[in-house]
Every structure is written in structure tokens, then in C-alpha cells.
Design a protein around this ligand. Structure first.
Ligand code: AMP
Length: 219
């Protein structure tokens, strides 16, 4: 049986950081919709050009485009054991599309960890965030700084700030989350899949709690 995990939480909750740890520990493909869009943006594909017009404003890329992209990604061979979804689904329409897609192969979501973080912490986290363009690792200038400021510990990549982590866009992304994504908390709670994790704790503590909760659901 394949294993599908959906990581839920507002922008800045630590989904990307935690997804990397969990996917590696559980040997699952890590699918980040935001990362796929950014990759397309970098390579200037048609999808990237379209996505940019939404991402720069901090709003969501339309459902049909996003769903088609994730469908194609889930068909790749590295998803043979399942996948950890980070940043998708983000609307009720996307959530239903994912359920229908998995149904086709008799699969279903096994667990939806929800990383809960208060709003004031999110803004502080997002604006201090720096990413390595080479390996994608995300640092934070206060909570998780690199050994040498501005340089990745793993591959010496020069750290960059995401365009949409700039102050003007951050608040918009959080508002969009409350309006369009937060209804998914109830959606998955009603399905008995939601497990809530306190995202204010340290990176290691959150990873540990996430893995415990995911394993409990697998029992
Ligand atoms: P993220 O890296 O997950 O914060 O995503 C960055 C941006 O990509 C978002 O602000 C959206 O514009 C776009 N995006 C990522 N995932 C989705 C999704 N599931 N649905 C629509 N837009 C998305």
C-alpha cells in the first residue's frame, strides 16, 4: 500500500523544512508545489511565466493549472511508494481533486499533520528566511543560521531571499491562507486524518513529534 502524507500549515510554519526531514526518513518523494513553480520560473517555462503573475502577488495559481501539474508529478517513478505533499492541496477544490486522483488507484491519504503556528511568529519567520539556490535548504537568520552568514553550510551556495518573502507579499500570503487553505483543517479533521503539531517548538522537536504522529496513524 502506498503512503500519502499531506503536510498542512500556514506559510512560514516550517512545512518545507519538516518535509525534507520526513521525506528522507520515511523514504518518500517530497513534492512541493511551490518548489515546482519556482523551478519552472527559473527555467522560464510557460508554466513558470504563468505562475509568476500569481506568485509575485502572493495569491494562488489557479486550481486547474496546479492540479494538472501535481497529477503529472505523482505519476513519476519516484512516487512508487507514495509521496509527502507540501503546499498542495491548498483549496477545497484541490483537496477533492487529490482524493479522486488517489481513488483511481485505490490509494488514499494516510495522515495530514497540521503544523500550527501563531500569526506573529509566521511574519517573523518568513521575513528572516534565506534559501540556498543550489540545494534548496532553508535557513533563518535567527532560528537556524548558517555557520557563515549568507553562505550555505552544505555546498557554499550564496543564500537568497525569496521574492515573495518580502514584507509586502508576506501578509497577503497569510491572508490567502486563512481565506482559501484553512478550511482544509476541518475537511481533513472530519475525515479523521488530521493530527495537530505545535510548530512553535524547535525544528528537531517538531520533526520528532511529526514522525511519531505519522507512525501512529500507520499502526
Ligand atoms: P510555497 O512555496 O508553498 O509558499 O508557494 C509559493 C507560491 O506558489 C504560493 O504563494 C502560490 O502563489 C504558489 N502555489 C504553491 N502551491 C500552490 C497550490 N497548491 N495552489 C496554488 N498556488 C500554489
Amino acid at each position: 500500500m502506498k503512503r500519502y502524507i499531506v503536510l498542512l500549515g500556514p506559510p512560514g510554519a516550517g512545512k518545507g523544512t519538516q518535509a525534507q526531514v520526513i521525506a528522507q526518513t520515511l523514504n518518500l518523494a517530497h513534492i512541493s508545489s511551490g518548489e515546482i513553480f519556482r523551478e519552472n520560473l527559473k527555467n522560464q517555462t510557460e508554466l513558470g511565466k504563468l505562475a509568476r503573475t500569481y506568485m509575485d502577488r502572493g495569491v494562488l495559481v489557479p486550481d486547474d493549472v496546479t492540479i494538472a501539474m501535481i497529477e503529472a508529478r505523482l505519476r513519476k517513478a519516484d512516487c512508487d511508494e507514495g509521496a509527502l505533499l507540501d503546499g498542495f492541496p491548498r483549496t477545497p477544490v484541490q483537496a477533492k481533486a487529490l482524493d479522486q486522483l488517489l481513488e483511481k488507484t485505490n490509494d488514499r491519504i494516510s495522515c495530514v499533520p497540521y503544523i500550527n503556528v501563531p500569526e506573529e511568529t509566521l511574519i517573523e519567520r518568513l521575513s528572516g528566511r534565506w534559501t540556498c539556490p543550489v540545494c534548496g535548504y532553508v535557513y533563518h537568520e535567527k532560528n537556524n543560521p548558517p555557520a557563515n552568514p549568507g553562505v550555505c553550510d552544505k555546498d557554499q551556495g550564496v543564500l537568497q531571499q525569496r521574492e515573495d518573502d518580502k514584507a509586502e507579499t508576506v501578509q497577503k500570503r497569510i491572508d490567502v491562507y486563512w481565506q482559501q487553505t484553512s478550511p482544509l483543517i476541518d475537511y481533513y479533521r472530519k475525515m479523521g486524518l488530521l493530527v495537530e503539531v505545535d510548530g512553535k517548538r524547535s525544528i528537531d522537536e517538531v520533526s520528532q513529534q511529526l514522525l511519531e504522529e505519522i507512525n501512529k496513524k500507520a499502526d
